[in-house]
Design a protein around this ligand. Structure first.
Ligand SMILES: Cc1ncc(COP(=O)(O)O)c(C=O)c1O
Length: 394
């Protein structure tokens, strides 16, 4: 799509934080569905699920309405319930913690490893586990997979389920560098159940949309029931004459994905490997320009896996440097963001256990998310880095 055809929302920023890679493939996908005259869950969703499961290397992929619904269903399918404690990172989007409250379970916030590696610290699990702990949420921040070998060993020892919040990490691969059984697996294939989001700023974007992946048949069965009212058949099955009646087995929801979004997802899936690679090249350029700035940190310097490069994050030397940098970039028409405020500091989670997350607090005060999208140019990266350098060295 030519930039002149873009919506006015994006044109407010000369360089936006993210941008879609949409073109004739997505337009063709939408027209194909419109002409099929079937809009709700049907053959496109089925095909998207099969293709997504193949990408991740899992047995089951269950398409849902969004990433938050994916997390909600993952918790329910694991049998988590009121009073259970779910350990999760203090630096995350709010959805995993909100869905914990939705099932009346208790979020217990764990600190990140460091400003250089802002994913959940496995040692924190040992500190926070109680007899009520039932599950651990890991979030592959920015597309960089968590320390899964250590996390898996602790969870196995204590009988805890692992939920991957893989919303940043579609296509990422875990490389442990050892003979570990998880080595070489994709994000979404590293725990009991994993959740993806296809929100418009994600590496694979459909507007709204999500996916749950698992190798466990029992979980997949629950997910499929819970996604559609707990009913034993779908409208699509009845339309095809496969079933004429149904039973309702569990108290379910309407978290279905529609055909239009599934078709968009399939078109985006075909671009994913190339686009993640392009993101990686842009991140490498950012890293070259920013790594030597005194006091600045470019996280994941020693990362060994194959990232999905969802976010480009830098950590300023202090909060004041962050503020000055963000405003300099804003004046130049460059959008930035913060991923994320420290979760236990939100009003809704006040009073919960959230002590000892000082590294997360520090990170939230100093981190800046910079523009990153596959159609971005190297000269845009250079311009941004030049501006950051001018603030850093002034
Ligand atoms: C890490 C993370 N978890 C969960 C979500 C929730 O996904 P959605 O916005 O599709 O509900 C998002 C997306 O915004 C996310 O980035």
């Amino acid at each position: 799509m030519r930039s002149s055809e873009r919506s006015s929302i994006l044109s407010n920023w000369r360089i936006p934080l993210s941008d879609l890679d949409y073109g004739p493939e997505e337009e063709e996908a939408i027209v194909r569905v419109l002409r099929s005259r079937w809009l709700s869950m049907g053959p496109e969703v089925q095909a998207f699920e099969h293709e997504f499961a193949a990408l991740v290397g899992v047995k089951h992929a269950v398409a849902v309405a969004n990433g938050t619904a994916a997390l909600h269903l993952a918790y329910l399918a694991l049998g988590l319930r009121a009073g259970d404690e779910i350990i999760q990172p203090a630096i995350n989007f709010v959805a995993a913690a909100n869905m914990t409250l939705a099932i009346r379970a208790v979020p217990v916030f764990a600190d990140i490893l460091s400003l250089d590696e802002p994913t959940i610290d496995p040692q924190e699990l040992e500190r926070l586990i109680t007899p009520r702990t039932k599950a651990v949420v890991v979030m592959h921040y920015g597309g960089y997979v968590c320390r899964m070998a250590e996390i898996e060993a602790i969870c196995r020892q204590h009988g805890l389920a692992i939920v991957e919040d893989a919303c940043h990490a579609v296509g990422a691969q875990y490389l442990d560098g050892q003979e570990h059984p998880l080595h070489g697996r994709k994000a979404g294939n590293l725990g009991d159940v994993a959740c993806f989001s296809f929100f418009s700023n994600k590496n694979l974007a459909t507007g709204e949309g999500g996916m749950v992946t698992t190798n466990r048949d029992d979980i997949a069965e629950q997910l499929r029931l819970l996604r559609s009212h707990g009913m034993t058949t779908l409208t699509w099955d009845r339309h095809q004459g496969h079933a004429s009646s149904y039973d309702v087995l569990v108290n379910g929801y309407n978290y279905r994905l529609d055909e239009l979004r599934a078709a968009l997802g399939r078109a985006q899936l075909r671009k994913l490997e190339r686009n993640n690679h392009l993101r990686g090249e842009l991140v490498a350029a950012y890293r070259r320009h920013l790594s030597d700035l005194p006091g600045w940190i470019v996280p994941f310097a020693d990362y060994r896996g194959d990232s999905a490069y969802h976010l480009m994050v830098v950590v300023a030397p202090d909060q004041e440097a962050r503020t000055r940098t963000v405003s300099t970039l804003k004046e130049a028409g460059i959008q930035t963001s913060l991923h994320y405020p420290c979760l236990p500091d939100f009003a809704v989670f006040k009073g919960l256990r959230g002590s000892g997350v000082e590294k997360s607090r520090l990170f939230a005060r100093r981190a800046i998310t910079l523009p990153l999208f596959p159609t971005m140019s190297m000269s845009q990266v250079e311009e941004i880095c030049h501006l950051i350098g001018s603030v850093a060295l002034s």
